[in-house]
Design a protein around this ligand. Structure first.
Ligand SMILES: *[C@@H]1O[C@H](CO)[C@@H](O)[C@H](O)[C@H]1NC(C)=O
Ligand SMILES: *[C@@H]1O[C@H](CO)[C@@H](O)[C@H](O)[C@H]1NC(C)=O
Ligand SMILES: *[C@@H]1O[C@H](CO)[C@@H](O)[C@H](O)[C@H]1NC(C)=O
Length: 508
């Protein structure tokens, strides 16, 4: 079916959508002024008000980056999922836009779960999982919504596009891509009584889908539910990212409730077969070793870079801010590369350097020396000229050690420690030559990038006062501290413009 024909069909629902959207927007507008600022991030995407979790779609459309996320506007707790939306010209300055998809139709009235975003024929199309609960049955179906401007989305009149999973399980989080003239979709699947698995569908037109095969599954030790799959080619190999529920912790691996990790292999588009690709505890690598990282989404930028964003959160984490009417944030955008050993390397998007407004500190420090951070939003670049000695940086407030980043030369290992119950996370790291860290702090989050991106930790922290940064370890380090600017916000002019041009007149 031609997309333009679709729009005619879709317009029936548009006026009603406009009303619902205006209602949500008014609510957000009233509430956001009363939010306490204490733990609010300045340069990470968090919800304007209410709850945020996984990124839901990530795309570059008409020269702008779009990040969609799982969103419950009405309070700081998880609830009926909407798709929130933020838009950027440059990956670092983000503006909140109205929610893109609202849960209200018979197939998605209990929630619009995450999926993916694709560009085709000058339209931005979102694929998502609709959740509908009746008294004793919950259904999860796959659906799509389309936009010509990337702001106002209309649901497809013939949703759902996939009504039923092939097996007796639920399926969710469609990742859609196109190769030659065919469309591909993988869905996460599983249940408490079944092993996690990924199901592959194909389509000639992105509206009609056929189930083809289960391309990967857990044989017991890889959890009961796989979700948020992502899949892409990189340097002639194929990377599959998946978020898993139900892996048992193994020493210092898999310590969070759920984990997002990846495997690298080959994919044959004719047979739809993954070669050399077995998901097991041995081959599955965590993408990030912090306490708060889940449900990664990637996209390819116009310059070819593979960019990633994820939820800087985890289900069991205490969200101190949720009683203040908002909760959680996304990670900063990262770039992925593949090492010669087929490991994913993850570094901050190069645009992150554009957030630096001034250098607050630039000096060599000896173990024991300290300085006051003086701001809530900063980046620390830490260098040691050798990897022969231990290196450590500690954040203190209330005169006490509260968060530590440390490299143990003897063990060849990185660790972070945020205190409290189960506060330590570790990862093997044996850099040759020198030590290099970039540490991003934003009010209540910290992201630590080691070396070329071999090891990354993302965690929430809750500094009660200003941070004092103390150098530990056994050797002098060079520290540069950059102050970072506020870069995520609400644009009042945009609100007025949208209201005038879209919200009241959304009829195509
Ligand atoms: C829902 O519950 C009712 C009452 O327990 C039962 O009669 C009915 O068969 C159930 N429906 C489904 C679809 O399981
Ligand atoms: C996928 O399944 C559909 C429907 O059964 C079939 O027409 C198509 O050929 C299959 N594709 C591949 C690559 O096997
Ligand atoms: C720290 O190490 C990085 C990565 O090797 C390098 O680019 C940077 O110039 C170093 N900075 C200092 C001050 O030595």
């Amino acid at each position: 079916m031609e997309v333009s024909v679709l729009f005619v069909l879709l317009s029936v629902a548009a006026a009603e959508f406009a009303q619902d959207l205006a209602h949500v927007e008014d609510f957000i507008k009233q509430k956001r002024f009363v939010l306490k600022k204490k733990y609010r991030p300045l340069y990470h995407i968090s919800a304007p008000v209410g709850w945020l979790n996984s990124p839901a779609g990530f795309a570059y459309f008409k020269r702008r980056y779009h990040i969609f996320y799982q969103y419950h506007p009405y309070n700081g707790a998880w609830g009926n999922m909407h798709w929130g939306q933020a838009i950027s010209n440059n990956l670092v300055d983000w503006v909140h836009y109205p929610p893109a998809v609202l849960p209200k139709d018979f197939y998605d009235r209990s929630g619009c779960f995450a999926g993916s975003a694709i560009i085709h024929n000058d339209y931005l199309t979102l694929f998502y999982t609709g959740v509908a609960e009746t008294k004793n049955v919950t259904t999860q179906t796959q659906n799509l919504a389309i936009s010509g401007d990337g702001i106002i989305f209309q649901k497809y009149l013939y949703n759902p596009i996939i009504k039923k999973a092939p097996f007796d399980t639920t399926e969710r989080n469609p990742k859609v891509w196109r190769v030659r003239n065919r469309w591909f979709m993988i869905l996460g699947s599983g249940s408490r009584s079944k092993d996690g698995q990924l199901n592959l569908y194909t389509s000639p037109d992105m509206f009609h889908w056929s189930f083809n095969k289960t391309i990967a599954r857990s044989y017991g030790d890889m959890g009961y539910m796989w979700e948020n799959p992502d899949f892409f080619e990189m340097d002639g190999q194929y990377v599959l990212i998946v978020s898993v529920q139900g892996i048992q912790a193994d020493n210092f691996r898999f310590r969070n409730l759920c984990q997002t990790g990846y495997v690298v292999g080959n994919f044959n588009y004719q047979s739809l077969h993954f070669e050399n690709l077995e998901l097991s505890m041995a081959t599955f690598n965590e993408l990030d070793y912090g306490h708060d990282f889940y449900a990664a989404q990637t996209m390819q930028a116009y310059d070819g870079r593979r960019l990633l964003v994820a939820w800087l959160g985890m289900w069991e984490s205490e969200l101190v801010e949720s009683r203040e009417g908002w909760a959680s944030m996304l990670t900063i955008v990262r770039e992925l590369r593949l090492s010669p050993q087929s490991r994913l390397l993850m570094t901050p998007a190069k645009e992150m350097a554009d957030l630096r407004t001034e250098i607050l500190e630039e000096a060599w420090y000896s173990p024991g020396e300290a300085f006051y951070a003086g701001t809530k939003a900063f980046e620390l670049a830490v260098n040691a000229t050798t990897s022969w000695y231990d290196v450590a940086v500690t954040f203190e407030w209330h005169g006490e050690k509260q968060f530590t980043v440390a490299y143990s030369a003897e063990r060849g290992r990185m660790s972070i420690d945020r205190g409290g119950i189960d506060g330590v996370r570790k990862a093997d790291w044996s850099p040759e030559g020198h030590i290099y860290w970039r540490i991003f702090v934003d009010s209540s989050s910290v992201e630590v990038f080691c070396g070329e991106g071999e090891v990354v930790f993302s965690s929430r922290i809750y500094p009660k006062k200003g941070i004092t940064i103390r150098i530990g370890g056994e050797v002098q380090v060079h520290v540069t501290q950059y102050k970072l600017k506020r870069s995520v916000g609400y644009d009042e002019n945009l609100r007025a413009y949208l209201k005038e041009n879209f919200v009241n007149k959304v009829k195509y």
